[in-house]
Design a protein around this ligand. Structure first.
Ligand code: ADP
Ligand code: ASP
Ligand code: MG
Length: 455
C-alpha cells in the first residue's frame, strides 16, 4: 500500500527510445508511492508535429507522419508483446494522417495534431511498465485537465480539474499506478487543447495539486537544477535545495528545466518538488521546498533568449497622467505580455518575449504599431537576451551592482531592472553576448564561492 502520493513526470529525453522508457519505467516500479505518471512525447516528436502544422506540400507532410510512425513502431517492437500496444499507436497515426491532410490547420486542429505525441508515448510507457510491474493503467488526461479554449496555450480551470480528478482519478490511483499525458487537456466542449511548449511539467503539477499529492517529481536529463544552465556553463553546480520563490523566478526567467507555471500549483498545496535525472536516478537531485535551510543572495542565474525591446517616446508624458494606462490598454487589447518595464520622463521601455509570442513582431508591426504610433514614437530593438540573477533579498543588498557592472565591463547592458523584486536583478544584453554574460556573472558570484553573495 502506498504511504505517500507521488506524481512523477518524465520529459522527452526520458522517453527518447525503448531503453530510456524502460529505464524510466524502472524508476516507477521501484517506488510504490509513485501513483500517477505523467509523460511527455518521445523526444523530437512535438517538434515534428509542429512542423506538420505549417504549410507544406502533401508529400512532405506524409514523410513527417511516416517518420513519426517509424519511430513509435521501432519503440513498440522492442516490447515483449508489441501486438497489444501496436493497434493503439496505429489508430493515433491514422488520425494524424487525416488531420494533417487538411489544407488549413487552424488552432483547434493544431492542438489535435500536437496531442498525438503524448497520446502515443503514454501508451508505450504503460506497456513498458506493465512488463516490469503488471497492473498499470493508461488514463486520458483530457478527462481531468479542463482548460479554456485558448488553443495552443490554454489556461487550466483549477476548480474543474480538482472536481474531475476527485470523480475519475483519486480512487483509481489507490488501486493502480496510472499513466497519463502531459501537455494536453480539453475545453468544456471536450475539444483537445494544449498548455504550451514544455507544458508537461505544468500538467504534472496540476495533477499533483488536484490529487493532494505529497511530492511532485520531475525526471529529466540533468541531475538537478543547476546554478545556471550546464549547457552554457560547465562549471555550474547542482543545487541541493531551493525555495518555491527562487524556483519560480528561475523558470520564469528562462531556466527550461521547469515550465514557468509549474511551481504555482505546488505552492498552493505546499507540495514538495523534486528534480532529478532519469539517466542517473541515484545521483542526488534538487528539492524545491517552502523554507530551504540556506537563503543566499544569489542562488542561480537564468537566461531568456529572443527578447524584443519596445521603447515609446512622447513629450505628452511630461507631467501628465494617463499615458501609461493608454499604452498598456493597447498592449492588453492585443494580448501582448510585458516582462520588464523601465520609465523616464518622456519614454517607456518594455521587454516582450518573442519566443513565447512568436507573433510579437508581426503583431507589433501591424495594428499594434499603428495604434501606438497614433500617440507616441515607437522604436523596436530585437536580438536581445535577458539575464537574471535569482536569489534572496537582492533589493536590499548593498554592493551588488558593483561586481555585476565590474564583471561586464566590456559588455553593453541595454536595460537593467533592480529593486522591483527581492528575488531578482535582471538586465538585457545583445544576443551575441548572452552566453558570455552568463559565464562572467557565474564566475563572479558563484564559481568563486563569493561568500558575501553565495555561500
Ligand atoms: P524535459 O524534456 O525533461 O522536460 P527540458 O529540455 O525541457 O527537459 O529541460 C532540461 C534542460 O533544461 C537541461 O538539459 C538544461 O539544458 C536546461 N536548463 C536550463 N537551465 C537550467 C538549470 N538552471 N539547471 C538545469 N538545467 C537547466
Ligand atoms: N511535448 C511537449 C513539448 O515538447 C510538452 C513537454 O514535453 O513538456 O513541448
Ligand atoms: Mg521540459
Amino acid at each position: 500500500m502506498p504511504t505517500l502520493i507521488k506524481v512523477a513526470k518524465f520529459g522527452g529525453t526520458s522517453m527518447a527510445d525503448a531503453e530510456a522508457i524502460r529505464r524510466s519505467a524502472e524508476i516507477v516500479a521501484r517506488d510504490s508511492d509513485k501513483r500517477l505518471i505523467v509523460v511527455s512525447a518521445t523526444s523530437g516528436t512535438t517538434n515534428l508535429l509542429t512542423t506538420l502544422c505549417s504549410t507544406l506540400p502533401g508529400k512532405e507532410k506524409r514523410a513527417i507522419v511516416d517518420q513519426i510512425e517509424e519511430k513509435h513502431r521501432t519503440i513498440c517492437s522492442q516490447l515483449k508483446e508489441p501486438k497489444t500496444t501496436q493497434p493503439g499507436i496505429d489508430k493515433i497515426i491514422s488520425e494524424l494522417r487525416t488531420l494533417s491532410e487538411q489544407d488549413i490547420v487552424g488552432p483547434k486542429q493544431k492542438d489535435a495534431i500536437l496531442a498525438c505525441g503524448e497520446r502515443m508515448s503514454s501508451l508505450l510507457f504503460t506497456a513498458f511498465l506493465n512488463e516490469i510491474e503488471p497492473g498499470a493503467r493508461w488514463f486520458d488526461a483530457r478527462e481531468v485537465i479542463r482548460t479554456d479554449d485558448a488553443y495552443g496555450s490554454a489556461e487550466p480551470d483549477i476548480e474543474a480539474i480538482e472536481s474531475l480528478a476527485g470523480e475519475k482519478l483519486r480512487s483509481l490511483i489507490v488501486s493502480h499506478k496510472v499513466i497519463s499525458q502531459g501537455f494536453i487537456g480539453s475545453d468544456s466542449d471536450g475539444i483537445t487543447t494544449t498548455l504550451g511548449r514544455g507544458g508537461s511539467d505544468y500538467s504534472a503539477s496540476l495533477f499533483a495539486e488536484a490529487l493532494n499529492a505529497d511530492v511532485l517529481e520531475i525526471w529529466t536529463d540533468v541531475t538537478a537544477i543547476y546554478t545556471t544552465d550546464p549547457r552554457i556553463e560547465p562549471e555550474a553546480r547542482p543545487i541541493t535545495e531551493l525555495s518555491f520563490d527562487e524556483a519560480a523566478e528561475l523558470s520564469v526567467f528562462g531556466a527550461k528545466v521547469l515550465h514557468p507555471a509549474t511551481i504555482k500549483p505546488a505552492i498552493r498545496k505546499s507540495i514538495k518538488v523534486y528534480v532529478g535525472s532519469s539517466f542517473h536516478p541515484d545521483q542526488p537531485g534538487t528539492w524545491i521546498v517552502k523554507n530551504p535551510k540556506s537563503k543566499p543572495v544569489i542562488r542561480a542565474i537564468s537566461l531568456r533568449r529572443n527578447q524584443t525591446l519596445l521603447t515609446v517616446h512622447s513629450l505628452d508624458m511630461l507631467h501628465r497622467h494617463g499615458f501609461l494606462a493608454k499604452l498598456f490598454d493597447v498592449l492588453s487589447k492585443y494580448k501582448i505580455s510585458v516582462d520588464l518595464v523601465t520609465t523616464s520622463e518622456v519614454s517607456v521601455s518594455l521587454t516582450l518575449d518573442t519566443d513565447v509570442q512568436s507573433s510579437a513582431k508581426n503583431s507589433l508591426s501591424e495594428q499594434v504599431l499603428a495604434e501606438l504610433e497614433s500617440f507616441c514614437d515607437v522604436e523596436i530593438e530585437e536580438n536581445l537576451a535577458l539575464v537574471a540573477l535569482v536569489g534572496n533579498n537582492l533589493h536590499a543588498t548593498a554592493g551588488l551592482s558593483g561586481p555585476v557592472f565590474g564583471s561586464l565591463e566590456d559588455i553593453n547592458i541595454r536595460l537593467i531592472c533592480h529593486g522591483a523584486s527581492s528575488h531578482n536583478l535582471c538586465f538585457l544584453v545583445d544576443s551575441s553576448h548572452a552566453d558570455q554574460t552568463v559565464r562572467k556573472i557565474h564566475k563572479t558570484f558563484i564559481s568563486t564561492r563569493n561568500s558575501t553573495f553565495n555561500s
